[in-house]
Design a protein around this ligand. Sequence first.
Ligand code: FES
Length: 165
Amino acid sequence: MQALDKITLKEMSDELIATHGSAKAALIPILNKLRKNNVTIDATTLTTLAQTLRIAPSAIYGVVSFYSFLDHRPKGKHVIRVCQTMSCKMAGAAKVATALKSELGIEFGETTGDGLFTLEHTNCLGLCSEAPAMLLNETAHIKIDAVNVKDILKSIARATPVASN
Ligand code: FES
């Protein structure tokens, strides 16, 4: 992870603000670009960003913490995000969450010891009519249940070669 100097941040922000029309409209694209460049949103970067965009640090923090996609902490190779919003909860997301925790041997917010999977919650993915829903990296999986999440994990494990020494 790296920090970002004020000049680089300003240049990058100006470009995205010009594209999106305002600092507020550009905030998520800016945060997404920072995430893709492995820039950590620590207190210093948050302050710099707030000054550059003239947006309150608390507002930026609110966006970062709401959208799990913008979370800048280190992740595993594959990130599983299970929707925790109402429609998915009512459709059985808790059972899916329990199955994933059991299969991976980790809690939400953790990464497996081999660095292969990170398990997270997310807010509504806009797939409520096909709940429960989750994202595996950037691919949506719908109408998931405790059985088919195991199949999904197995397909990933099969596709990921085991490192040899
Ligand atoms: S509530 Fe889960 S996708 Fe909308």
